[in-house]
Design a protein around this ligand. Structure first.
Ligand SMILES: *Cc1c(COP(=O)(O)O)cnc(C)c1O
Length: 352
């Protein structure tokens, strides 16, 4: 085929899917790693690839143990279940994934209530935590844990300041509160701050890390913590139906992703910043939230409807997501190529 004709066709037909970084396909190399993975029954602790992934992640974060689970929703919900008793209360930000996007799991699975903080793009302060702890009195739910999300999905991929996490973490350990990290995109944060996994590992009782977001694995999340916590978490995983058998086929993709796809996250961040510049110049954009990582959230001018703009973008092969009143989200990822960025910018220029 005439290559010029091919590129032309590609440019016209190319589907530019920015709805989420979960839509990535495993690469050829990742599939090879999956096909070659040694497998066993993980419910019997006998899957070498799952064991390797769990040890790898535990070591990486300086934790005693880790647990491979089917999803980030499950790792978060297991952590909440282990850290709380029915009737307890959890402190998190209003935008938190555990509160907004896990199907009401906090109430359903753990019988716990939630105290919401109005943070700055999902980030709050030690003072916010202190103000939201209930008095030790029979009337109130017992405040049991604090959950932090880093990066913050609905905060436009905002990054926490580690000094604030340190203050909250110290306070929690001195006041008998558990502290959990929803680190679905922690690696995106670390890419920008150059802080280490060990630093962050030391600040939390439990950490949840997603392999199927920016890292590009087909499924799976890892929960890590001390032995006492993970032994309990393993029982809960079984109760939640998350005990998988030859799960090494997925875990091996996760190992591959951790070894090969972390360093490239910076490319996604650069692409998000370039996209943001073009979005900010479109006729419908009121403002773009600060772009710190791979998530770009923009607000529409009041005279434009979210669904109408999403349809207009889709007619031009750009797919984005409605994330609430007048807000649209785009996420850059492994399968968003340089050519797609170039094409997306061309299209957005026509909408300026
Ligand atoms: C995606 C995500 C999760 C986990 O989602 P799953 O789809 O269940 O893996 C948890 N927290 C945040 C912030 C997320 O973006």
């Amino acid at each position: 085929m005439d290559s010029r004709h091919f590129i032309f066709e590609l440019k016209i037909k190319m589907r530019i899917d920015l709805r989420s970084d979960t839509i990535t396909q495993p690469t050829a190399e990742m599939k090879t790693a999956m096909m070659q993975a040694k497998l066993g029954d993980d419910v019997f602790h006998e899957d070498p690839s799952v064991n390797e992934l769990e040890e790898f992640v535990a070591d990486m974060f300086g934790k005693e143990k880790a647990l491979f689970c089917p999803s980030g929703t499950m790792t978060n919900q297991i952590a909440i279940k282990v850290h709380t008793q029915p009737g307890d209360e959890i402190i998190c930000d209003r935008s938190a994934h555990i509160y907004n996007y896990e199907g009401g799991g906090i109430g359903f699975n753990s019988g716990a209530s939630v105290r919401l903080i109005e943070g700055d793009l999902g980030r709050f302060t030690l003072n916010d935590v202190i103000e939201n702890i209930n008095p030790d009195n029979d009337h109130y739910p017992r405040t049991a844990m604090v959950s932090i999300e880093n990066t913050v999905n609905r905060g436009g991929g905002s990054i926490w300041n580690i000094a604030e996490i340190e203050r909250i973490s110290t306070f929690c350990s001195e006041n008998n509160l558990k502290i959990h990290l929803d680190g679905a995109r922690l690696f995106n944060a670390l890419t920008e701050t150059h802080e280490t996994c060990l630093q962050h590992g030391s600040l939390f009782d439990s950490l949840s890390l997603c392999l199927s977001k920016g890292l590009g694995a087909p499924a799976g999340s890892v929960l890590c913590g001390d032995s006492y916590f993970i032994d309990k978490a393993r029982r809960i995983r079984k109760v939640f139906g998350g005990g998988m058998r030859q799960a090494g086929i997925l875990a091996s993709a996760g190992i591959y992703a951790l070894k090969h796809h972390v360093h490239r996250l910076k490319d996604d961040h650069l692409k998000a910043k370039i996209l943001a510049k073009h979005i900010s110049e479109t006729y419908f954009c009121l403002k773009v939230l600060p772009v710190e990582t791979n998530i770009l959230i923009f607000e529409l001018k009041p005279e434009y409807k979210t669904d109408v703009i999403l349809r207009k973008l889709a007619e031009n092969n750009i797919y984005a997501l409605n994330i609430g009143k007048q807000r649209i989200r785009m996420v850059t990822h492994l399968d968003f190529t340089d050519l797609m960025l170039e094409k997306a910018c061309e299209i957005l220029k026509l909408m300026s």
